[in-house]
Design a protein around this ligand. Structure first.
Ligand code: GLU
Length: 492
């Protein structure tokens, strides 16, 4: 069997990381099996469309490195084109196809026209709710003879097309993750297949398209599990073989609820904006629902392709832990090439207004020095903005209790004053020269170890923690160090 899988997003906004994971698993499986990975845009719910969401989705996937073999892509500035032989890959361009298949179902007696008004359906729902019943269509139009229904349609009466579910029948299917799943049609609705506006519903379009696009495996989120029996029935009604089903567990918040926006960043765009590396995000989400055989956590995309298996997809949801993601991102930042990091850093500094366009050329080497000194600390690249801002500041604020304690010692004022004076006399402000000054202080004032370095550190940076002090002083430069020391000495 040729593996053909698809990622089928609805363009209703930004790309949730759950969708990225669905796309990723489909992609990994296709690449591993030498199959094809298809992107199909499911835009049949015209009321929920968000402008430019298709472009956003394509860009997010390209950024993440998940490239598809068939489907829409962007050419030049904004033009959306399609590649592949099973198109169109955008559902709103396939209306004629759905209409032909809808007719087939109607003729075969697996679907019927329904003329119930919105008001009636609303009343029905309210009534059922009040009685504590499951809300479902009561089948009033099920038995209207086809000829009569067709006449009413021809007269222009408002209508939808509904699936005619067999009554009280068990529908079973095999799910690769969950095993055998059974639903009874008593718990299902006579699903609308074609809406009043002539557009198909998701349920109808998804089945027609997956069949015509020769999809072998449907790998998607578990929220679609309860829709699957309707799809299985449609396959049966058409006399088609259904693909294999793989329903992925939800991604959860720390409180075990489905991950939602309220808890913080959830979209690929959010993570991209904050400066997460795509390989870190991919690595992290790959493990949210799939467990590798080995006890390790760092996997490149190539390794994921090699190791991924549907059998090791778990039933229970993976908890999204941003600290873990940050740890992983930090790992990839430390591994990344300097040029790439500098480019990312500069981009963040521009966006955050820390530097201006016209300063890029002059400041890039300086930014690079800061980055090399501080990159071990970065959880995501946007943090560089705060760090560079601190390096630009001519004042230090001492907020830490430990730092205040350091400044309380009697020798500190004299030490910092001598330090300031000796630094001011330097011509070169680089490593060896600054080091020589600290050595001379040690010798002349007889202060050493912590008593020497802690006050110097707090005097220059305001904190007891931090990166290499000599390099920090070099990056800050003579002028800033001088002003910083002066301002601290004045408070003593
Ligand atoms: N359009 C659906 C979505 O937005 C796709 C569900 C499926 O993969 O069948 O998630």
């Amino acid at each position: 069997m040729t593996v053909r899988v698809r990622f089928a997003p609805s363009p209703t906004g930004s790309v949730h990381i759950g969708s990225l994971r669905t796309a990723l698993y489909n992609y990994l499986y296709a690449r591993q099996q030498g199959g094809k990975y298809i992107v199909r845009v499911e835009d049949t719910d015209q009321t929920r469309l968000v402008e430019a969401a298709v472009e956003g989705m394509i860009e997010a996937m390209a950024w993440a490195g998940i490239h598809h073999d068939e489907g829409p892509y962007i050419e030049g500035d904004h033009e959306i084109l399609e590649k592949g032989e099973h198109g169109p890959y955008i559902q709103s361009k396939r209306l004629a196809i759905y209409s032909a298949y809808a007719d087939e179902l109607l003729e075969k007696g697996h679907a019927y026209y329904c003329f119930c008004s919105k008001e009636r359906l609303e009343q029905l729902r309210e009534g059922q709710k009040a009685k504590g019943l499951t809300t479902r269509y009561d089948g009033r139009c099920r038995d209207i003879p086809l000829a009569e229904a067709k006449e009413r349609v021809a007269r222009g009466e408002d209508h939808v097309l509904r699936l005619k579910l067999p009554e009280k029948a068990d529908i079973a299917f095999e799910d690769v993750v969950r095993g055998r799943v059974v639903f009874n049609t008593a718990d299902l609705d006579d699903q609308v297949l074609i809406k009043n506006d002539g557009f198909p519903t998701y349920h109808f379009a998804v089945v027609v398209d997956d069949h015509l696009m020769e999809i072998s495996h449907i790998i998607r989120g578990e929220e679609w599990l309860s829709s699957t029996p309707k799809h299985v029935l449609l396959y049966e009604a058409f006399g088609w073989d259904a693909p294999k089903y793989v329903h992925l567990p939800n991604i959860l918040n720390a409180d075990k609820k489905k991950l939602s926006k309220r808890q913080g960043d959830v979209s690929v765009e959010d993570f991209k904006k904050k400066g997460y590396l795509p390989e870190a995000l991919i690595n992290y989400i790959a493990l949210l629902g799939w467990a590798p055989e080995e006890e390790r956590e760092i996997f490149s995309l190539e390794e994921l392709i090699e190791k991924f298996s549907l059998e090791r997809v778990s039933k229970s949801g993976g908890v999204f832990d941003v600290h873990k993601l940050n740890w992983m991102n930090n790992h990839y930042i430390r591994e990344a090439g300097d040029d790439r990091l500098v480019e990312m850093a500069v981009r963040h500094l521009l966006i955050d207004g820390v530097i201006k366009d016209e300063e890029i050329f002059a400041l890039t080497p300086w930014v690079k020095r800061i980055l090399l000194l501080e990159k071990e600390k970065l959880e995501y690249m946007q943090q560089i903005s705060g760090i560079v801002r601190e390096f630009m500041s001519e004042e230090v604020t001492v907020t830490e209790e430990a730092a205040r304690e350091v400044l309380k010692a009697d020798h500190v004022k004299g030490l910092l004053t001598a330090f300031m004076e000796r630094l001011a006399a330097l011509e070169s402000f680089e490593g060896e020269a600054v080091k020589a000054v600290t050595k001379s202080l040690q010798k002349d004032l007889g202060i050493k170890g912590k008593d020497l370095f802690m006050p110097l550190r707090v005097g220059v940076t305001g904190t007891v923690h931090g990166s290499d002090l000599v390099e920090t002083i070099g990056i800050l430069g003579k002028d800033r160090v001088d002003k910083r020391l002066k301002s601290i000495i004045n408070t003593l």
